[in-house]
Design a protein around this ligand. Structure first.
Ligand code: TA6
Length: 294
């Protein structure tokens, strides 16, 4: 699939990092957004007059075969470890594959719409023996909208799971909480137990939870930045909440030792395997916006 000329969109510019990675920068009247073709990883989203909603590790490693620590890595075609082969990359291969920019335009209301694509290749076939078309719609305005559509181009059913592994930037983890209308149950991956949650979640230690039956809308109360970020999702059976806390942060080379204080992952996912029939498709979406009225 041919990449487009960036001349089609005045608000879009391209940069090349020292490691040779292509970074797209969208700067329109409503927001500034940065993303890498490496993994189609959105790394920054700054509505005009606001601070970045996304956290990118200052120690992030830009290397082939590795996902970027921060922003919005794409976990696909599986979430977490591969179901039966731990030699395969955690969270699948989408987050470290080279995506193509297939379209870019800014609409009359000042919103810039990008479409990035990824299809099977020799590299992907080495870890996953199926054909696929992934189309990632990124809409940049006062709100960031992400929609990851997967089309099953095989003549057989395929099973997938995935997530938009979003790292939100916060002023201080000790003064941040997640609020949702209804109580949900979650699986605590750190002790394997399923527990009943609460409508308010404060993070006070290592946290790795998969919320099931949760609302499709939640709010991140980032008290130190005096803001509330509303997060909505669709095409998702779960919300994942992760903070590595101090010990695991020190064990991650691409994470500052105190990095856990400034980030919180709130991920839209489908962690139960989803069967997609031939020719059918599935779309996982997440959006984020700052609520000034709460
Ligand atoms: O989304 C939470 C999680 O699955 C955690 O278990 C932790 O592994 C995190 O993702 C980060 O994974 P990564 O492979 O990016 O280090």
């Amino acid at each position: 699939m041919e990449s487009i000329s960036i001349d089609d969109c005045a608000e879009l510019s391209l940069e090349t990092t020292p490691e040779g990675f292509t970074k797209l920068v969208v700067d329109n009247a409503l927001a500034r957004c940065e993303l890498y073709l490496h993994g189609a990883t959105v790394s920054s989203f700054v509505p005009k007059g606001e601070k970045d909603l996304l956290w990118l590790s200052p120690n992030a490693v830009f290397r082939q075969g590795k996902g970027i620590r921060g922003g919005i890595p794409i976990c696909w075609p599986w979430f977490g470890n591969h179901v039966d082969d731990n030699t395969k990359p955690a969270h699948g291969f989408a987050r470290h594959s080279q995506w193509q920019l297939s379209s870019a335009q800014t609409t009359d209301d000042g919103v810039t719409e990008l479409v990035l694509t990824l299809s099977e290749s020799e590299n992907t076939r080495q870890v996953w023996p199926y054909k696929f078309d992934l189309r990632y719609h990124i809409t940049i305005g006062s709100q960031l909208n992400l929609a990851l559509t997967m089309i099953n181009t095989n003549d057989c059913d395929i099973e997938i799971s995935g997530a938009l592994h979003t790292y939100f930037a916060i002023g201080d983890i000790a003064h941040a909480s997640i609020a949702q209308e209804n109580v949900a149950t979650y699986t605590d991956k750190l002790d394997g137990q399923t527990k009943r949650g609460a409508t308010d979640t404060n993070i006070s230690g290592p946290t790795d939870r998969i919320y099931h039956d949760c609302d499709d809308v939640c709010r991140l109360d980032d008290k130190n930045n005096e803001r509330v970020i509303e997060i909505a999702k669709s095409g998702s059976d779960s919300m994942i909440v992760w903070n590595p806390w101090a010990q695991q942060s020190t064990e991650m080379a691409d994470m500052p030792n105190d990095g856990y204080k400034k980030m919180l992952c709130i991920e839209a996912g489908y962690t139960d395997m989803l069967i997609v029939k031939p020719g059918e498709q599935h779309t996982l979406s997440q959006s984020m916006t700052i609520r000034t009225d709460v």
